[in-house]
Ligand binder design. Structure first.
Ligand code: PXP
Length: 247
């Protein structure tokens, strides 16, 4: 069964809109767990626009499921993650001006720097994943730098409106997942996934974990976090069952 990790960054976004104490991503994480989340994901950004250092410490101390810490490969974040020791760290590119993560990490052009970062994080006992676009070069380079897993960026798949283009991108995601599995990398996926578009991604062979945030938090405003998570978990289970039936 695919693990559903809930990204609670945007609960903190609403709180930071008022620089106040609520809504609290720590409470959101507890409710997400009640709704069936298999893990909690957070991205501590350099500019601290949503998740704060206080959230990171409290989530680590209180959640019952694994914590996935998304981070830019900077020395500040490496210090933080090796002190924190979450279950998993996912390396992502970060630009101050971006609204959200815009693309995968170009692992192939950053191999020398990333190798040291990966080593330091793994030495602390943390599973290391690289967020990459579905390009063979990035998948192979993730293996070369010693990563344990890749998270395939589904952002482009989610944005494409044309059926043909979307199928092509889905094909690239399938190929990237096959390649990753063939060279011993665990396969995760995420970014831009919704209740409507998650099905085909949940049916990609080798995908073990999905990281989903914005669409679930948006729905949680109206139906509550627990129910919003449960509904996403159901959409994933349905897609998995469909593909099992066909095989
Ligand atoms: N995976 C990664 C690496 C991300 O940076 C994000 C966004 O923080 C997500 C998954 C979740 O994306 P979304 O909020 O669009 O579901």
């Amino acid at each position: 069964m695919i693990k559903l990790f809930i990204n609670v960054d945007h609960v903190a976004t609403v709180r930071q809109a008022r620089l106040h104490v609520e809504p609290d991503p720590v409470q959101a994480a507890m409710l997400a767990e009640l709704g069936g989340a298999d893990g909690i994901t957070i991205h501590l950004r350099e500019d601290r626009r949503h998740i704060q250092d206080r959230d990171v410490a409290l989530l680590k101390a209180t959640i019952k499921t694994p914590l996935n810490f998304e981070m830019a490969p900077t020395s500040e974040m490496v210090e933080i993650v090796t002190d924190l020791v979450p279950d998993q760290a996912t390396l992502v590119p970060e630009r101050r001006e971006e609204v959200t993560t815009e693309g995968g990490l170009r692992v192939d052009s950053l191999q020398d720097e990333l190798k040291k970062t990966v080593e330091r994080i793994q030495r602390a006992g943390i599973l290391l994943s690289c967020f990459v676009d579905p390009r063979p070069e990035s998948v192979k380079a993730s293996r070369e730098v010693g990563a344990d897993a890749i998270e395939i960026n589904t952002g482009r798949y989610s944005e494409l409106a044309g059926a043909e283009e979307r199928e092509e991108e889905l094909g690239r995601i399938h190929q990237a997942a096959d390649l990753a599995a063939s060279i011993g990398l665990a396969v995760h996926a995420g970014h831009g996934l919704t209740y409507k578009n998650v099905g085909p991604i949940a049916q990609v062979p080798h995908v073990e974990e999905l990281n989903i945030g914005h669409n679930i938090v948006a729905r949680a405003i109206f139906v509550g976090m627990e129910r919003a998570v449960r509904e996403m978990a159901e959409a994933i289970r349905l897609a998995e069952a469909e593909v099992r039936h066909l095989r």
